[in-house]
Design a protein around this ligand. Structure first.
Ligand code: KIV
Length: 278
């Protein structure tokens, strides 16, 4: 049976029925097309593209133009998967008006189905404004990479009682503001469980334990294609870097030795024409 795009309101039903929601990232047509053939309901065109596609040290430098440039081919490649456009740093913090204008650009110019932005209480007014403009919104709390310097780096969040309570309040504020889902990053599993049981909208964990309503991983991390840093919460399902490097080296040796291209990969010519040629 062909995969069907899940309607956004149905994610709440999946939570109620205890059916886990599966999300991965993609930033190009080819990867999106592969995800579209797998049992994965959602693709996040994350601002993580800064690091895994563009080689930046953080997500801060990504622009609206970068995001739109990468969302478009993903939308083309995965017509049967919900596509989330990530709002880049600085594109929604100034005012509700700025947030609505940029969320609208991701939808109109990129063609995604919904948007994600980082932050809880501080962005609840922006979430409300974007939802009122007719755009489905996903929140993102816990470790928020765009503001990681403010959080003291890429660290587990919510380890003391004040922070733990604040993160739970942020999730509730996002639900109240109209978000239809919330990503929870890098918190103790107990917080993932507490939030998932405290709000009616689905939670998607990334380093937030097994009790979230779904999970997300960065594709380059899970496929072993990004070697700079691997967080504890990443399980590597493949080691594509090794496979690709081995293939490049085999090609290199065969070109050097002359064993590639052999007859199988070369074009022949009719004998009579060949005779005239030499
Ligand atoms: O940008 C991204 O890939 C993300 C995930 C880490 C959730 O926000």
């Amino acid at each position: 049976m062909t995969k069907q795009k899940v309607a956004i309101p149905s994610f709440k039903d999946m939570k109620k029925e205890g059916k886990k929601i599966r999300m991965v990232t993609a930033y190009d047509y080819h990867t999106a097309a592969l995800v579209d053939q797998a049992d994965i309901e959602m693709i996040l065109v994350g601002d993580s593209l800064a690091m895994v596609m563009l080689g930046y040290d953080s997500t801060v430098g990504v622009t609206m133009e970068d995001m739109i440039h990468h969302i478009k081919p993903v939308v083309k490649g995965a017509p049967n998967t919900i596509i989330i456009g990530d709002m880049p740093f600085g594109s929604y913090n100034v005012s509700c008006e700025q947030a609505v204008i940029n969320a609208t650009r991701l939808m109109k110019e990129g063609g995604c189905d919904c948007i994600k932005l980082e932050g809880g209480l501080a962005v609840a007014d922006k979430v409300e404004a974007i939802v009122k403009a007719g755009i489905p919104v996903i929140g993102h709390i816990g470790l928020t990479p765009q503001t990681s310097s403010q959080l003291g780096g890429f660290k587990v969040q919510g380890k003391n009682i004040e922070d733990a309570k604040r993160i739970v309040e942020e999730a509730k504020a996002l639900e109240k503001a109209g978000a239809f889902m919330v990503v929870i990053e890098c918190v103790p599993s107990a917080i993932g469980k507490l939030i998932s049981g405290s709000i009616g909208i689905p939670t998607i964990g990334i380093g937030a334990g097994p009790d979230c309503d779904g999970q997300v991983l960065v594709t380059h991390d899970m496929m072993g294609m990004y070697g700079k840093f691997t967080p504890k919460f990443v399980k590597k399902y493949a080691n594509l870097s090794e496979i690709i490097i081995n293939a490049f080296n085999q090609y290199s040796e065969e070109v050097q030795s002359g064993s590639f291209p052999d007859e199988k990969y070369s074009f022949g010519m009719k004998e009579e024409i060949l005779k005239k040629l030499y």
